[in-house]
Design a protein around this ligand. Structure first.
Ligand SMILES: C[S@@+](CC[C@H](N)C(=O)[O-])C[C@H]1O[C@@H](n2cnc3c(N)ncnc32)[C@H](O)[C@@H]1O
Length: 301
């Protein structure tokens, strides 16, 4: 079993794994490394036909995917945040929080967002309960030439976040999360119920936990999310005067979802995007209306 000792995986990039979990996780990571599990051959269609449309648009997921060094599980094909959008989000957070050092990406998946945050912030943590996804984040970070690599925590979102806050000297300045929307059927209904369908917990629970750590929170949610619900949950948790800013984000002309922002630093949208005023679909800020923006490469550099 000497290969167990020789893996080039930097296990110290995986934080807070302990006891028997630690041994299982290390073993899994090493096995994936030596089997080269989940590496995408960009020229070969996925076996599952349902993934075909994602494969056709693969360079919008990771622009470097055609170099052959990107890793995805079947689930990640449709859940990684497209690179333009992840880049836009990271740039926007950087502009709004110029002094921020530490960002936590809860539900980090294959690293779409975590990688873009790591380009701009000193400390980035990624949390996910799926070790195969964390392996993909690790490998994908390698091919993005990052000076700062995300630190990864494997475990349930709430326990891992608490562990991070209690055991680390880094105080999160902002939490970003792209929680699972419950599969590709999320558009079947006109309005997406954020309390009933969001996983792994209702919006109010996720938001309550996040806001107990930092007042700067961003969630990536379905485009048909119930905005009245967003508004009432915001007021219930933050008080009647607090606001949630909603930005509708498009990529390639296609509406990908909404970014919901909590925290005063995120309010003044038009300061950064005066040219987008004509596209605004409302005055935003109270969670009932939102602005719409086409995400482009190079925004906010
Ligand atoms: C939509 S994906 C995130 C995609 C990510 N933003 C990216 O760009 O790659 C949601 C992730 O949540 C993770 N997840 C689901 N339930 C979880 C839980 N209870 N605790 C932690 N992670 C969880 C899944 O494994 C999945 O990787």
């Amino acid at each position: 079993m000497s290969w167990l000792l020789k893996t080039p995986i930097e296990l110290d990039r995986f934080e807070g794994i302990h006891g028997s979990d630690k041994i299982t996780i290390r073993h899994r990571l090493k096995r994936h490394y030596f089997d080269d599990s989940y590496r995408i051959n960009p020229h070969q269609r996925p076996n599952d036909k349902k993934l075909f449309k994602f494969w056709k648009n693969r360079s919008s997921i990771f622009k470097r995917i055609n170099d052959g060094n990107i890793y995805l599980t079947d689930e990640l094909w449709f859940s990684v945040t497209p690179e333009n959008l992840a880049q836009f989000t990271a740039n926007y957070v950087r502009q709004c929080l110029p002094d921020a050092k530490c960002i936590v990406d809860v539900f980090c998946g294959g690293g779409g967002n975590a990688i873009q945050f790591a380009r701009l912030f000193n400390k980035v943590y990624g949390i996910d309960s799926n070790i195969d996804h964390l392996f993909c984040t690790y490998m994908n970070s390698e091919c993005y030439d990052l000076a700062i690599k995300p630190k990864l925590l494997c475990g349930d979102w709430e326990t891992s976040l608490k562990m991070l806050v209690n055991n680390s000297q880094d105080k999160p300045d902002c939490i970003f999360a792209s929680p699972p929307w419950g599969g590709v059927d999320y558009l079947r209904k006109d309005t997406y119920d954020l309390e009933e369908h969001l996983q792994p917990a209702p919006l109010s629970k996720i938001l309550r936990v996040f806001l107990s750590v930092t007042s700067n929170v961003i969630l990536f949610l379905p485009r048909n999310s119930d905005l009245d619900q967003l508004s009432s949950i915001t007021q219930e948790l933050c008080g009647p005067d607090e606001k949630c800013k909603v930005v509708y984000v498009k990529d390639n002309g296609y509406m990908k979802g909404i970014l919901a922002f909590w925290g005063k630093s995120f309010y003044d949208f038009s300061r950064f995007y005066p040219e987008q005023k004509d596209q605004a679909s409302g005055e935003s800020m109270d969670g009932k209306e939102g602005k719409e923006i086409e995400v482009k490469m190079g925004d906010l550099y």
